[in-house]
Design a protein around this ligand. Sequence first.
Ligand code: G3P
Ligand code: CA
Length: 327
Amino acid sequence: MLFDKSKIYILVLLVFFSCGKSTKDKEKMNKIVVAHRGASGYLPEHTMEAKAMAYAMNPDYIEQDLVLSKDNVPIVIHDVYLDDVTNVAQLFPDRKREDGRYYVIDFTFDELQQLKVTERFDPKTGKQYYPQRFPKGKGNFKLHSLQEEIELIQGLNYSTGKNIGIYPEIKNPEFHHKNGKDIAKIVLEILSNYGYTTKEDKCIFQCFDAKELERVRKELKSELFLVQLIEFPEETKELKHFASYADGLGPWYTQILDEKVNDKWKFTSLVAEAHELGLKVHPYTFRADQLKEFSSFDEMMQVLLFEANVDGGFTDFPDKMVSFLNK
Ligand code: G3P
Ligand code: CA
């Protein structure tokens, strides 16, 4: 006899496990991990150190929030303000505007590089936003440009053989226009110089401002993968319009959750509607130290990634999301 019973049993088990693995791998491949402001759960957000640490955690993309300096250099920073992540108030006390805030756009790139970056804090109270994270005021972190960060990621892609993408967001384009600056145009040109021009180039371009993102596609003729970020309930009614120029939707994850019935989450129709229109869904932001509706990070991942069926998402803890998907 060619096969005895035990050999057949082993063969069946092998086929069973290999089928299971390929299905799981396929699911995993469809879920993208975006390192939100780098490995910002561990190091001050948007610093080169946070980006290098994120890179080592193997996310699919690393995020860059962008604001222009006075001399039109795209700076990787979350807000148009400087005073909640740097020592600008100590170094340049006379440079605040009437509202008491310090603006990136009022400083040249050279001046910005003199600032020390720290863990996010409330500029009014001086209190650190996430007390369990990297201690405020410690270390010697600096601001940097989009070009410098792309060179870090592309350099690491070269030296490691990996292909980790970038996920830039232009911040507050209307504010930039009011100050005579076209952030979308400047950023698209830099992306193109570094080889990011099409949907195949491992670059996802995101923005909260729908008018500006539509302009990026229609007037500036970008062929990049575009993600429309949303925050407010009324925006969930605009999906059809978003699908006319964007490839994906970036909602706040709470816009996906409806209610918990008998310990099981029910979901809004947002993901199904977006998928119906061909939009990928990448919600923000998964934080292991701010779980709110969930009892563990893994539960949050299970519910949002697999029960709500989103296509990936932004996390301050890329290692935890990657590890969940590898399980
Ligand atoms: O861009 C996705 C996510 O980062 C949106 O939130 O405010 O952290 O930029 P925010
Ligand atoms: Ca962002």
